[in-house]
Design a protein around this ligand. Sequence first.
Ligand SMILES: Nc1nc2c(ncn2[C@@H]2O[C@H](COP(=O)(O)OP(=O)(O)OP(=O)(O)O)[C@@H](O)[C@H]2O)c(=O)[nH]1
Ligand SMILES: [Mg+2]
Length: 287
Amino acid sequence: MTCIERFGWRQAVEPGIGRIVSAHGDYYRMVCNEAEGAILARKKKSAFRYNKLADRNCSPDTRNCESLSPVTGDFVRFRHNAHGESQITEVLPRFSHFGRRDPTARRQSQTLAVNFDTLFVMMSPNEDFSTARVLRFLDLAADMGEAEAVVAVTKMDLLRDGDGGLLDELRRAVGGAARVLPVSSFDGTGLEEVAGYAQPGRTLAFVGSSGVGKSTLVNRLAGEELQATCEIQEWSGRGRHTTTVRELVMLPSGAMVIDTPGIREIGRVGEFELMQAKGESTHRRRK
Ligand SMILES: Nc1nc2c(ncn2[C@@H]2O[C@H](COP(=O)(O)OP(=O)(O)OP(=O)(O)O)[C@@H](O)[C@H]2O)c(=O)[nH]1
Ligand SMILES: [Mg+2]
């Protein structure tokens, strides 16, 4: 099996196909069959000329917008220029896409993860717990493409006296939209079930508020401290936005995880006002 196939490529293998493992402005770390390990690649400027316009005009469920910038998890076409630089010329069609309305309202949508098989919507049962937020994530996930959504209730070890009906209530609210899975990276609850999704060549995406334990779960599945983690603020139960770059991590099982930075607002277009009305944080005001 070639490198790009190990990284989830399921079509005919050709030269010049890469997968983005992290994005840093116009530079990307990318894996491909032409090199050992991740290499640095750059967007070929002329190929992405219409990028800004396309970004602005794309709705959150856009999967095949050819001139969109690559993001972590994307499969891309690249070639070497005369100086030996790897230049990305095309973003290949995405089989799944999860995005939200951009809270800064500069653009209409913000892509959070692409080309994943399972989307883990993660929430911890502390004072920041919100069934409504889980439902908003699932609403956005409804048209994500060829992928399945799972709701992971993390830090179950903190609920010493049972879950007080929290899981039942959440399951009722979620209905058939997703499986609700209790998980703890500390005492191992649910890890076998999560590992069941982590099959070779499959990609999991972890999304949810800061501090819910996304990176800790990545580390637990990896069996080593690949991702930085940080304690949450005691007074608010919220995290400190420790993960700042979306990263595709290869696990020992041969599955990959896209670890994403924590987010708070998760509205569809038109929901921004609803969140403001409910007194939820929207950070920056829309013009
Ligand atoms: N009790 C308990 N604490 C956990 C568990 N998982 C994570 N934590 C703690 O929660 C805090 C936040 O964990 P992170 O993994 O950094 O959270 P994150 O979701 O990656 O946060 P961002 O990167 O900011 O989005 C850390 O102090 C972890 O040790 C768990 O299963 N049980
Ligand atoms: Mg993190």
